[in-house]
Design a protein around this ligand. Structure first.
Ligand code: S3P
Length: 176
């Protein structure tokens, strides 16, 4: 069974995925990491050179390759944007949505080096002030929330929980 973690950027998919995989004694795969290894390029640079739609095409191909494997898969926040990916995520796998309040997401994105978040870079360049960038990110968050909920077998609220707490909660839900 493939266990897939979805959620907005900064929701903890990577740290939770690593812990969960260890607890389940399964390999952990990070789709963004697969991408940078395959194309030997940071995602932000790929966006810059080829654009988001080519990134999404390649992301879909990488996703399709991992589905069906006995792994824990951490995905990129935009995995639900393409309808074809949502279709894949609704098939025979366990999909967990890490739901994090927007206010927490914003704090995390601000704390991260902007170079690893091409969408955050793009929005901050497009807008001259930080408030407009945050507003744009909020639209993206609201739009995607519906899609994460659509593909999820279950939802875990992550606020005020450590990655370890979240992984344990997922384990309990998987065993039910
Ligand atoms: C993206 C999120 C990123 C990465 C890419 C696009 C998005 O992953 O896949 O920059 O569209 O939200 P994280 O969610 O791990 O930051």
């Amino acid at each position: 069974m493939t266990i897939v973690l979805v959620g907005f950027m900064g929701s903890g998919k990577t740290s939770v995925g690593q812990i969960l995989a260890k607890k389940l004694d399964l390999p952990w795969i990070d789709l963004d990491k697969k991408f940078t290894e395959k194309f030997n390029m940071q995602i932000a640079d790929f966006f810059e050179e080829f654009g988001e739609s080519v990134f999404r095409e390649k992301e879909t191909q990488l996703l399709a390759r991992e589905i069906g494997k006995e792994i824990v898969l951490s995905t990129g926040g935009g995995i639900v944007v393409c309808k074809s990916n949502r279709k894949i995520l609704k098939k025979s796998l366990k999909c967990v949505y890490l739901s994090t309040p927007f206010s927490v997401i914003i704090q995390r994105i601000k704390a991260d080096p902007y170079t690893i978040r091409p969408l955050a870079i793009r929005l901050s360049q497009k807008n001259n002030n930080i408030d407009d960038s945050i507003q744009d990110l909020k639209y993206l968050y609201q739009e995607r929330k519906i899609w994460y909920e659509e593909v999820a077998d279950f939802i875990v609220e992550t606020e005020e929980k450590t990655p370890m707490d979240i992984a344990k909660e997922i384990l309990l839900k998987l065993r039910k």
